[in-house]
Design a protein around this ligand. Structure first.
Ligand code: KIV
Ligand code: ZN
Length: 511
C-alpha cells in the first residue's frame, strides 16, 4: 500500500485541559450489571490483570458485599497485587464497608442516592437521614484506613443545593474524591460542564464523573466534564454497563489523546481487551462501533479506497496502529479497481491493468446480496480470469435453464452457438449438474464426454465461493483430455462455466 502515512496532518488537536486525567474502569462492576452477563471469578481476575496492564488508574472489580464470588475476586487481586487502585462498590452501610475491608481493600466507592425521586420511591428516607448515612459511612471507612470515593447516585437529577451539601458532608468526613453519576444518562454536555464547574468552585477535592449512555451522550458528557475540571472518568470496556451502558473506556481514552493530547492508557491494547471482554461476556461488538467495531478501519467503496491508498488520512481520522489495529480494504460490490490491484499485489499476484475492468465486473456479480469477497476468493477469481482469458471462444452458451426440486426430475435446457450455428437441447439428469451437462453434450452431438468433476468451497463458509475443475474427453476427434476451471457462487452455474471452459479448450486445440 502506498503513502499510508498521515503526511504531517496532526491527529492530535491540542485543546488544553488542566492536569492529568485518570481512567476509573468499572467494566467488572457496572459492566457486569448488564443483563445476561455473568463472569466467573477467573474471568474477572484475568480481565482485571489486562486492565492493569493497559494502565487504567483505578479498577472497580465488583461489589464485595454482594457475593462471595466478588469477595474471592478481590482477595485474589489483592494477593496478586495491581498497579491500579482497586475499588469495591459499597452502599453507605458499615457491613458493606466491612466486606470490602475484609478482602484487604484500601479503596472503597461509597454511594447513596440523592435525587428526590430516589429518596421518595426507593430509599424512603429524608434528606437529613441521607446526610447522616453519608457522614457515618464515610467516617467509618476512613476509620478503617480506607480511601473513599463518594457518589451521589442520580446526581444529575438532584437539586443543586442538596447535592452540594451531600458532597460536602462526604468530604468533611474524609472522602478524597467525589463522583457525579449521570445515573440515567440524561445530562447534556453543556449541563455536565456547568455542574462540574459549579462543584469544582464549591468543593476542593478531585471530581469524577460516571456517565451512562441512555441518550448516546456518555462520552460527550465525560469530555465536557474533563473540560470543566473533572480528573477521573468512570468507563467500561466496549461501553458495557446498565441498560445502554457507560462511557466506553476506549472511546474516552482515545478522545483524551486526540483532542487534548492527554495520555491515559496504552491505546495499542484496546482492540485486544475489547475482543476478550466481548468473548467473556458474550456481548458482541457492533460492526460499526467506534475504534473496536469490525468496520472501523474497513474501506470498500472505490472512491474511499483510492483516497486511502494515496494518503490514509483522507478517510481515517487517526491511524489504526494507534489502537493496535490494521486497515482492511474490503472487496465487495462497492470496490474499485484500485482496491483490487492493491489487494492482489499485496498477495504477490501481478494482474494486468487492462483486465482490471473484467475482474471488477466479475467481483460485482459475485458480491450481489452483500457478500464480501475474502482475499483468498479474490485470488481464485483473478487467477481464474487470467486462465480463462487464454482460451478462445468457439462454443458459446447463450441460454441455460435448469429445473430442479423435490420429487421433480431435474431437467436442463440450453442454447449454444457453435461456429455461428445456434442449437437448443433439453435433457434430464440425476441432478441439476448432470442434466445441464447432458443438455450441453447433446447440443454438441455428444462429441465431448464429462470425465471428472472437482468441487471446492474456497473459504468453507456457507456463503463461500466455490471453485470447480472439470475434465472432459474429446470422444470423436482423438480422445484428448481438456480441463476447465471456474469460480462462482452457485455450484450448478459454476460447474457449467467450468464445463464450457473445457469444451472451448478442446475445440481450440482441435481446430
Ligand atoms: O450509575 C450509577 O449511579 C452507579 C452508581 C452506583 C455510581 O453506577
Ligand atoms: Zn452506573
Amino acid at each position: 500500500m502506498s503513502g499510508n502515512g498521515y503526511d504531517g496532518l496532526g491527529v492530535v488537536k491540542g485543546r488544553t485541559i488542566a492536569g492529568a486525567v485518570r481512567i476509573y474502569d468499572t467494566t467488572l462492576r457496572d459492566g457486569e450489571q448488564s443483563p445476561g452477563i455473568s463472569l466467573t471469578v477467573d474471568d474477572k481476575v484475568s480481565i482485571a490483570h489486562m486492565l492493569d496492564a493497559l494502565g487504567v488508574s483505578c479498577i472497580e472489580a465488583g461489589f464485595a458485599a454482594s457475593s462471595e464470588a466478588d469477595r474471592n475476586v478481590f482477595q485474589q487481586l489483592v494477593t496478586d497485587g495491581l498497579r491500579a487502585d482497586l475499588y469495591s462498590l459499597s452502599r453507605c452501610l458499615r457491613d458493606d464497608i466491612d466486606a470490602a475491608h475484609g478482602c484487604g481493600l484500601k479503596h472503597v466507592h461509597l454511594f447513596i442516592a440523592t435525587s428526590d425521586i430516589h429518596l421518595k420511591y426507593k430509599l424512603k428516607m429524608s434528606r437529613d437521614e441521607v446526610l447522616s448515612k453519608i457522614d457515618d459511612s464515610v467516617t467509618y471507612a476512613i476509620s478503617k484506613g480506607m480511601e473513599v470515593m463518594f457518589s451521589c447516585e442520580d446526581a444529575t437529577r438532584t437539586e443543586y443545593g442538596f447535592l452540594k451539601e451531600a458532597f460536602l458532608t462526604a468530604v468533611n468526613a474524609g472522602a478524597s474524591i467525589i463522583d457525579i453519576p449521570d445515573t440515567v444518562g440524561v445530562s447534556m454536555p453543556a449541563e455536565m460542564y456547568e455542574l462540574v464547574s459549579m462543584l469544582s468552585r464549591d468543593i476542593d477535592v478531585p471530581i469524577a464523573v460516571h456517565c451512562h449512555n441512555d441518550l448516546g451522550l456518555a462520552v460527550a458528557n465525560s469530555l465536557a466534564a474533563v473540560e470543566a475540571g473533572a480528573s477521573v472518568i468512570h468507563t467500561c470496556v466496549n461501553g458495557l454497563g446498565e441498560r445502554s451502558g457507560n462511557a466506553s473506556t476506549e472511546e474516552v481514552a482515545l478522545n483524551l489523546k486526540l483532542n487534548y493530547g492527554v495520555d491515559t492508557i496504552d491505546l495499542t491494547g484496546v482492540d485486544r481487551i475489547s475482543k476478550i471482554v466481548s468473548r467473556y461476556t458474550g456481548y458482541p461488538v457492533a460492526y460499526n462501533k467506534p475504534l473496536v467495531g469490525r468496520n472501523a478501519f474497513s474501506h470498500e467503496s472505490g472512491i474511499h479506497v483510492h483516497g486511502i491508498l494515496n494518503n490514509a488520512a483522507t478517510y481515517e481520522p487517526y491511524p489504526p496502529e494507534m489502537i493496535g489495529r490494521s486497515r482492511d480494504i474490503a472487496i465487495g460490490k462497492h470496490s474499485g479497481a484500485h482496491s483490487l490491484k492493491d489487494k492482489l499485489s499485496a498477495m504477490g499476484i501481478s494482474f494486468p491493468d487492462e483486465r482490471l475492468g473484467d475482474l471488477l465486473e466479475e467481483i460485482k456479480t459475485l458480491s450481489v446480496g452483500g457478500k464480501e469477497i475474502t482475499d483468498i476468493e479474490l485470488a481464485a477469481v483473478a487467477e481464474n480470469l487470467l486462465w480463462r482469458g487464454r482460451s478462445e471462444v468457439h462454443v458459446r452458451l447463450d441460454e441455460f435453464v435448469v429445473l430442479t426440486g423435490k420429487n421433480v426430475t431435474p431437467t436442463a435446457t440450453v442454447t449454444v452457438t457453435v461456429d455461428g450455428v445456434s442449437r437448443t437441447c433439453a435433457m434430464t439428469g440425476t441432478g441439476p449438474v448432470d442434466a445441464a451437462v447432458n443438455a450441453i453434450r447433446a447440443a454438441l452431438d455428444n462429441r465431448i464426454s464429462f470425465e471428472e468433476l472437482r468441487l471446492e468451497s474456497i473459504t468453507g463458509g456457507s456463503d463461500s465461493l466455490c471453485e470447480v475443475t472439470v475434465l472432459v474427453r474429446d470422444t470423436v476427434v482423438d480422445g484428448h483430455i481438456s480441463a476447465g476451471k471456474a469460480v462462482g457462487i452457485d455450484i450448478v452455474d459454476t460447474t457449467v462455466d467450468a464445463f464450457m471452459q473445457a469444451i472451448n479448450r478442446d475445440y481450440a486445440r482441435s481446430r
